[in-house]
Unconditional design. Structure first.
Length: 48
């Protein structure tokens, strides 16, 4: 979700090659220039 909403620009969706390139660049920069801050996952489901 973060990749799609925050890191990719609308022009990256112009064609398949530009989208693949943009995703590749984002993933290559993950951990150096781009970071994701994780929070504790809370999921409660009642089992009957």
């Amino acid at each position: 979700r973060k990749l799609k909403k925050e890191w990719l620009d609308p022009e990256d969706y112009f064609d398949k090659d530009s989208l693949f390139y943009a995703v590749n660049r984002c993933l290559a920069n993950l951990g150096t220039n781009l970071n994701i801050k994780y929070s504790k996952f809370k999921y409660v489901r009642e089992i009957k």
